[in-house]
Design a protein around this ligand. Sequence first.
Ligand code: MN
Length: 345
Amino acid sequence: MSESSAQKTFDEVCQRIESAASLLVISHARPDGDTLGAMAGLRRAARSAGKTVAMVLPDRLPVRYEFLFPDERPASVSRFEALAGEADVIVVLDTCAANQLGGLPDKLAAIKAKVVVIDHHATPGQIGDLQWIDTSSAATGILVGDILAELGWSVDRQTAEALLTAILTDTGWLRFANTDSRCLRMVADLLDRGVRLDVLYRRIYQNDRLERIKLMARVLDGLELHGDGRIAVATICREDFAATGARPDETENLVNEALRMGSVEVSLMLIENADGVRVSLRSREIVDVAAIAERLGGGGHTRAAGVQLSDSLEVVKDRLLHACQQLLAEASGRSAGGGGRKRGG
Ligand SMILES: [Mn+2]
């Protein structure tokens, strides 16, 4: 998208949100801190600007993010049609892929004209007639922050806390490659609203239940290395949840643990669920894991992606290992064979 057409889309999104009397805000399934923080922040700011705002979450709200919704939890999918009927504009946050919206895609398709997407993923998808997708942004929370600034809406401490949650979780607390000056400027602005960063960190990352720690121990114990230690595979089967008492929403970030090992270029986490296997992919520097996920029907970013597959754990593992090994071989062929291409470039 050219700069001017991106600006035009941004202006149009701001105008649509401002002119709506009532909004319905939607997060994606398997919700993370970005989609939920962006939702909570947009909702609070829009309410104080006098809008009626409802929220729908097509999944369970992870316990660690409950603090974002102190007065009202997002509604379940069963309430979507009623809430969508009342809304002038439906804002979908942090995805434009229909398969990330749980039971909603067909219902959304019927009212596409009302749907405004705000997202930063490269994965293609068209669920709304108006989509602002800025892949240069580290988090959807930054895009919501831009909109609030443009509209001149009030950003109080709680709104700032919600947007900081979005930005800080999507950047691994400002450690990942997507951390840039734009992101840091937004973080600085939000901090000025009175947020305590250490308190926020403790609330999100030092607030686990013993059951999650036990699951983590079990997962790390079963960690496998492949391809000369460059690919790490962790699996969680149903038995692991049963044995530890941990819940499926307590697996967030476990995929990053294997990257503590210097040799690991790709970390794969396979989680057995009712529909098959959910795969999370992370890469250090060379492999484009979004490309792997996309080939299998998922998506994400170059360094962090995911996909849901309906096969068994063994089949999924073989397929992914094969794909990763192939990409790693291609990458080392490039760096060994010259051609002027740099690693990860
Ligand atoms: Mn995001």
